[in-house]
Write a protein that binds this ligand. Structure first.
Ligand code: ZN
Length: 198
């Protein structure tokens, strides 16, 4: 019914999280109807991000500059570091604006089931960052899943002999809660009530 180009656009949009084939087609129609105000700006934005996209070599955040905006911000407290599983978690926590420090993205969680080992994550790089000195507190903000907890405990063990305070987000959440899906009030509460890891 539609041209191959329009079909390809709908297929590409349908692969985005939260969009199925139906909403992808509705989005395509919207883009076509409002070409100048939606399609053209979207195209420009996609091009700009796609050209400049890079991983921050310090924290693992995704940004269009390296070091990323968070690492380069001089107003951030360099003494405090929040460890998260994924970039989405970093963004979710940063939206609360309640964590004054910097971040470290692990790139996942330890998982015997999926064969994810410590060397598959950026744990060595985290230990090296702490070893470089200047960091007083590590806040482990891995998810409240079994794998997230296992990862937090493993990291706490690796940091045990180092002169750094290791705390854990107070979730008070159902197990399996993923940071990115929490509302900002809940996240803020979890951050304020952080406690030493046992
Ligand atoms: Zn960074």
């Amino acid at each position: 019914m539609a041209s191959p180009e329009i079909d390809a656009l709908a297929d590409a949009l349908a692969r985005l999280p939260g969009l199925g084939p139906r909403s992808a087609r509705r989005a395509v129609l919207h883009l076509i109807k409002r070409r100048e105000t939606t399609l053209v700006p979207l195209l420009r934005a996609l091009e700009a991000v796609s050209e400049k996209l890079s991983l921050c070599h310090i924290c693992g955040n995704v940004d269009t500059v390296d070091p990323c905006g968070v690492c380069a911000d001089p107003r951030r407290d360099a003494k405090s570091l929040c460890v998260v599983e994924e970039v989405a978690d970093l963004w979710a926590l940063d939206r609360t604006r309640l964590f004054p420090g910097r971040f470290h993205v692990l790139g996942g969680r330890l998982s015997a089931l999926d064969g994810v080992r410590p060397e598959d994550l950026t744990i060595d790089r985290l230990v090296a960052r702490v070893g470089d000195g200047g960091i007083d507190e590590i806040v482990l903000a891995t998810n409240a899943t079994l794998e997230g907890q296992t990862t937090a405990h493993y990291i706490a063990e690796r940091l045990e002999a180092m002169p750094v305070r290791v705390t854990r987000l107070a979730h008070g959440l159902p197990v399996g809660g993923e940071l990115d899906y929490l509302d900002e009030g809940t996240l803020a509460q979890a951050l304020r009530a952080r406690r030493p890891i046992e």
